[in-house]
Design a binder for this molecule. Structure first.
Ligand code: A3P
Length: 320
């Protein structure tokens, strides 16, 4: 347990205290490290992971910017990889939240990498590509990245932060800034793990260089063509569906098991909290749709975000 090493923790505190900082969406501060903004807790976790994380050869990293489909990606990958051990009707996903099935590199696993799920080598993270532990990159482990239209990502993030601060019990959950202010900060890249576009581009470029190692997905594509992408994911992680499984409708069963409708109705995802008492589990399931930004952003705001996206992604070959 690296956390018990007080000296190390003091060292991390010292490093963090030298970093540029800015007030985030709440009263807490964000720290600028390796080109991205981080909150204190997750940054401490990242520093620890960068120093200590020991990958296993078969690790599969599920990476994302917050609110782009992390929960869904975790559920689908977990269901794909455990389908031979559990019947769908007995899937651990029915009794365990996806975030508890797949733990986080800079969160639960940061100081205790032995807590990793030994049966299913999936690890979640929001860490930008260029900040992933070197050990992880060197190990050549596979990565699935999911991203989402920046407008929906922003709205989902603001709704999450707002609801967490209204209902949360943690002292750091003071009230979140209003939509307009949050929008300015998002455009400036000042959000957890922001700037959003740099996060996406890091993984996008890496996926172009090593498509066999990094699978790049979009929330919108997954919504439109779930069966196709679930098959693709299964092949990518080395658990392809057999013809027999396809004939039996196994792909559809996994899509249905992990659908927003199914997961959000499960008792385990409706009640209780995650990460100590920080977040209500149900906050991870809000609407699960594409285009909800239309209900929150003015057309001026939407145009502005689209322009930033156009500018930042220009010449990358990536569009939303
Ligand atoms: P909305 O706020 O737009 O509804 P993350 O999992 O990265 O925290 O992202 C949360 C977003 O994904 C939320 O978006 C949430 O509703 C949506 N979501 C969660 N589970 C989903 C699922 N199984 N299918 C589709 N969307 C899902």
């Amino acid at each position: 347990d690296h956390r018990s090493d007080l000296k190390t923790l003091n060292l991390y505190n010292e490093i963090i205290s030298t970093l540029p900082k800015r007030k985030g969406w709440k009263s807490d501060e964000l720290y600028h490290y390796q080109g991205f903004w981080h909150d204190f807790f997750n940054l401490e976790g990242l520093l620890s992971a960068q120093q200590h994380f020991k990958p296993q050869t078969n690790d599969i990293i599920l990476s994302s910017f917050p609110k782009t489909g992390t929960t869904w990606l975790k559920a689908l990958s977990f269901a794909i990889m455990t389908r031979s051990s559990f019947d769908i009707s007995a899937s651990p996903l029915l009794t365990t939240m996806p975030h508890e099935c797949v733990l986080s590199l800079e969160g639960a696993l940061a100081h205790n990498s032995f807590h990793r799920n030994q049966d299913t080598p999936l690890i979640g993270t929001h860490v930008p590509y260029t900040s992933l532990p070197k050990s992880m990159i060197d190990s050549g482990c596979k990565i699935i990245y999911i991203c989402r239209d920046p407008k929906d990502t922003f709205v989902s993030l603001w709704q999450f932060a707002r609801n967490a601060s209204l209902k949360g019990v943690d002292s750091s959950t003071s009230e979140v800034v209003d939509l307009e202010k949050a929008f300015e900060l998002f455009c400036d890249g000042v959000t957890y793990y922001g700037p959003y576009w740099d996060h996406v581009l890091g993984y996008w470029k890496a996926s172009l260089e090593s498509p066999e190692r990094i699978l790049f997905l979009k929330f919108e594509d997954l919504k439109k063509e779930a069966l196709f992408y679930v098959k693709k994911m299964a092949e990518f992680v080395g658990y392809p569906f057999s013809l027999k499984e396809e004939e039996k409708g196994m792909v559809q069963k996994i899509v249905d098991l992990c659908s927003f409708q199914n997961l959000s109705e499960l008792e385990v995802n409706k009640t209780g909290h995650l990460h100590g008492n920080l977040f209500e589990k149900r906050l991870f399931f809000r609407k699960g749709e594409t285009g909800d930004w239309k209900n929150y952003l003015t057309s001026t705001m939407a145009t502005r975000l689209d322009q930033i996206t156009e500018q930042k992604l220009r010449s990358s070959g990536l569009t939303f």
